[in-house]
Design a protein around this ligand. Structure first.
Ligand SMILES: Nc1nc2c(c(=O)[nH]1)N[C@H]1C(S)=C(S)[C@@H](COP(=O)(O)O)O[C@H]1N2
Ligand SMILES: [Mo]
Length: 437
């Protein structure tokens, strides 16, 4: 039996924090270019010329006339960037304020890497305060020799750095309700973040423990009081799984699993067990509470599919998007993020006419496997109503489905693994709405 989403997994209530101020100062650097006739400027070899500069002012501003602020041991963003924050939705404010999720403000960020302080969070029982000298990862079960690793011990092994996204299976569940919510791109799709993770390949540690041939799965369990536990096929553990210790160069944040997390590139967020404390080699999947009561896909016939591991190919336009205002007709860059749990993004197409015609967006390199790829496409907005969509295809040939196709594949109550195409409606008055097509 499938239950509806827990509150923290991206339920349908509009989240608090949506009043984030969107800076829409695009007019200041994008104006109509004579080189562009109309509509999408697909395949333009060079970027269209933008003439938006103001006449240079004379005289010096105050900050150029006095010494600046002192040095500091750990930096923070400019105070003017204060609105760039996660959208926090705690499901149980009195019983367990740490349980819930916070979403990455995708529409306020650029490039592909999520700053550590803006990585989305999903905790089932808050963030444990773990002393790294006391913490151990134990590998046991069907092995020749049970092993115990402290963070310091793990630091002696050869490490790898890989850029991968983490996405919650509940991401974009806000777009599965009956009416489209008028909230930001990050509030809908921001249970997605991307980092450079550094750690020890799990295959090394499994080899050291000596896996019994009878083992085909392993149970991964976290040290939080939710004891998050998931069954992981041994093949994935041997393939590209990592015990991640670092996130974008610094020690993994407490919110992301300090001092260590299991990273299963491309697989649903929930399996990337944070605060990892045990890996038990077993002969069969364990059917834990976290993989039976949740994260299954309810089908139209009332049965549920279990173990949907790789996340579907997906994309969303981050700008223009809800909350921004078009600053009059002229040249704009349509940009967004695309990703797939099955490999590299091969193609992103953009439509401005409700999907009637599509143009290839430029994929910004490097295009990495199971990572976020940024796409860009110049667009000459003529001032009339337009309907913006992006559609991603991955290297395995998987194509992002329309909302109708995705919805038809599942029960009406289904909320997980929504990778359907996002539609933004640009109105003639310059406002932008989330719409269903
Ligand atoms: N131990 C533990 N691991 C966990 C969770 C948890 O609550 N406890 N949440 C899971 C879920 S549902 C997701 S989507 C990801 C979120 O990772 P993040 O908080 O680093 O973004 O961690 C997973 N790992
Ligand atoms: Mo999740």
């Amino acid at each position: 039996m499938k239950k509806s989403l827990t509150k923290g997994e991206g339920g349908l209530r509009p989240a608090r924090g949506d009043a984030l101020v969107e800076r829409s100062d695009r007019r200041s650097f994008l104006t109509r270019s004579a080189a562009v006739t109309a509509g999408l400027v697909a395949g333009a070899a060079t970027a269209p010329v933008v003439r938006a500069a103001e006449t240079a002012a004379t005289g010096l501003p105050a900050w150029s006339k006095a010494p600046g602020a002192p040095l500091r041991a750990y930096g923070m963003p400019s105070k003017f960037e204060e609105p760039v924050k996660r959208v926090v939705t705690s499901g149980y404010p009195t019983v367990s304020p740490g349980t819930g999720s916070s979403l990455t403000p995708l529409q306020l960020l650029e490039g592909t890497i999520t700053p550590n302080g803006l990585h989305f969070e999903r905790h089932h029982s808050g963030v444990p305060d773990i002393d790294p000298t006391q913490h151990r990862l134990v590998i046991h079960g069907l092995v020749k020799r049970a092993l115990s690793f402290s963070p310091a011990t793990l630091s002696r092994y050869p490490m790898v750095s890989r850029t991968h996204f983490v996405e919650c299976s509940g991401n974009s569940s806000r777009n599965t309700g009956p009416e489209p919510l008028q909230v930001t791109c990050g509030t809908i799709h921001g249970l997605l973040s991307c980092s450079e993770w550094t750690g020890v390949p799990l295959s090394l540690l499994l080899d050291e423990a000596g896996v019994d041939p009878a083992a085909t799965w392993l149970l991964a369990e976290g040290a939080d009081s939710a004891a998050m536990s998931r069954s992981v096929p041994l093949d994935k553990a041997r393939d590209d799984a990592m015990i991640a210790l670092f996130q974008n160069g610094e020690r993994i944040r407490p919110e992301q699993g300090y001092p260590m997390r299991l990273l299963l590139p491309g697989w649903e967020g929930n399996m990337n067990v944070k605060w990892l404390r045990q890996l038990k080699l077993v002969a069969e999947p364990m059917h834990t509470k976290d993989e039976t009561s949740k994260y299954t896909d309810l089908m139209p016939n009332g049965k549920a599919q279990q173990f949907t591991f790789p996340l579907g190919v997906k994309s969303t336009i981050t700008r223009p998007s809800f909350g921004m205002t078009m600053q009059g007709p002229g040249l704009y860059e349509i940009s967004g993020v695309a990703w797939s749990g099955s490999g590299r993004v091969a193609r992103v197409e953009v439509s401005t006419d409700s999907g009637a015609t599509w143009s290839d967006a430029r994929l910004q390199g490097p295009v990495l496997s199971k990572s976020v790829t940024r796409f860009r496409l110049p667009w000459e907005w003529n001032g009339a109503a337009a309907t913006l969509q992006s559609r991603a295809t991955d290297e395995k040939g998987n194509v992002q489905p329309t909302r109708q196709t995705w919805t038809a594949a599942y029960s009406a109550a289904h909320r997980y693994h929504n990778n359907a195409i996002q539609t933004w409606s640009v109105k003639a008055d310059g406002s932008i709405a989330n719409v269903y097509l």
